[in-house]
Design a protein. Sequence first.
Lengths: 333, 333
Amino acid sequence: MNIYDVSKKAGVSIATVSRVLNGSPNVSDRTRNLVLKVMDELGYTPNVFARGLGLGTIQTIGIMCSDSSDPYLAHAIYYLEQGLRGYGYDSILCCTGNSLENKQKYLELLRSKKVDAIILAGSKFIEPKLRDNDYITEAAQEIPIMLVNGFLEGNNICCTLCDDRSATHEAAGKLIASGCRSILYLYTSRSYSGMGKLHGYQDALGGCGLPVRKDLIYQCPKDVLAARDLLLKLHTSGLFFDAVMTSDDTLAVGAVKYAHATRRSIPDDLSIIGYNNSSYAVCTDPELTSIDSRIEALCATTINTLMIVFNGGNAPSRTTIAADLIKRATTKF
Amino acid sequence: MNIYDVSKKAGVSIATVSRVLNGSPNVSDRTRNLVLKVMDELGYTPNVFARGLGLGTIQTIGIMCSDSSDPYLAHAIYYLEQGLRGYGYDSILCCTGNSLENKQKYLELLRSKKVDAIILAGSKFIEPKLRDNDYITEAAQEIPIMLVNGFLEGNNICCTLCDDRSATHEAAGKLIASGCRSILYLYTSRSYSGMGKLHGYQDALGGCGLPVRKDLIYQCPKDVLAARDLLLKLHTSGLFFDAVMTSDDTLAVGAVKYAHATRRSIPDDLSIIGYNNSSYAVCTDPELTSIDSRIEALCATTINTLMIVFNGGNAPSRTTIAADLIKRATTKF
DNA sequence: TTGTAAGCGTTATCAT
DNA sequence: ATGATAACGCTTACAA
């Protein structure tokens, strides 16, 4: 069942069939309808490979993420896939894990599949050592690369970011205004986004004339119990803090559990702010105040930008989106 | 940069190049090494389309799911993608939503992309009206279809399921043994899996000589607050229950919040059992006893079965995996 | 072991 | 508006 069968049955040439297939205006209505009817009768579907061979593209975007089971990334994948499909693009997904080697391998694989663009979802793709990102810059020579919540300078690379730094700056400011003086900061990763959040927190302290204390800043695995246990340990060691800010809701849930375990009352005795406004935020009692990084808007913007790139337009190499502070019950403001 | 360039530079025919590309044994080591070297020097990558045209396949599996942002499905996608890649297959992802029309459309799209098989992840794909599933049965005539946690009889269709019914049966049994007599059951969907869970609960009641009371069984959106509010409403209306079982951890978290709101103590006054043993299970205080549906094993088995199908082996049309009951602190046992 | 040549099913460039 | 025909880059008999 191919284009020849259709052309034969319709009594036209394959060129004509191809034309109606591709919506060419140079076909008479009569012929078009005839061909369409035959296609329908035969249940004809064009062969994507042959098509790809001729066109060099197949309307497919590669999406890379470190781990699709992470709630934040899972949402990103969802919005990206849906958005792309709205423009007629399929998505091929690669979960790379965190090793640089794998990331390189998968990016190469995606390129060899001739995808039309590659979206790097999540801030985990940009390595601290600039040279380690060369493989991305190089790939961008041949294919558009879009970063969701990551930043890398380069030709043919477009970044869409949440303004994490301002968000944590504002949130920490409100914490201070509500009376907190010893704000503990918990983060999971030193990624671009992770560092932005941390800096915002530090900005706020500085802006209010408070010292940035190293003994109030800790890295922690992205895990509820790990966060709880870390806080418990710090508590036991005698460290005092009257608020906890985290780079992820998961850690904030851990903070709530820490408070329960030590019978500290939230928010009177301890304020907590999470990040991502994920579904974890409403799991706890009291429910988490959290910063919404607006992943949906981030993904939508990424796709808009990509379409600009495809249309040869002048796409912004960097778009920033403001976060929302969602107030719930773990803060006094 | 194509096979001709390589053949020219290596001074061999394209057939020879193709042979080393495909690991044919009929190539002398000397020639093979030469060609390999040239490929490397030229940075040659075979064109997937041309290859697909010739072979009719491109080592790609279509994965359909209703919503990749659902934690359960997000994990499934992760394990499937990783597992398939281990066998050299790429994954193309389709999030279909719940409308039958979309499901049909995407399955058709995947077929037109000539994927080598289609995995339907999650129990949402099987419609109650048998006829509504005909499109799947038909597709299976031409391409292997694998169901993860869904069941449909049919040629070329393989199902891997968790034994939900036994799991809830056992869990409800333990609840009863620990003294509960009025076990409320909350479910989200009437899918195959959803009904299995419900039946297991009913089995347990029947087995212990307890009545199956309709006023203890409710459908509820998969949402923490919706579950909490529903229970609050039932509580206010005077309904008594001393345990809550749910078809998803999300609802169980809602039950914990309901207990907090009404100051009922867990598990003394109210026992709770969730389902999926997701990360939600450790978010609450006390932490949730939950049934682990072993999604990782489910996915691994699905892929194993698929490989059997690909190798022309006799693949089981139905494989069942036992669930695990993970005891935490919301039950007395 | 290697090469030649015929597909594979499209798209695109010519003519007409 | 339509038709022939040459790419596109690979796989795979069939020959040698």
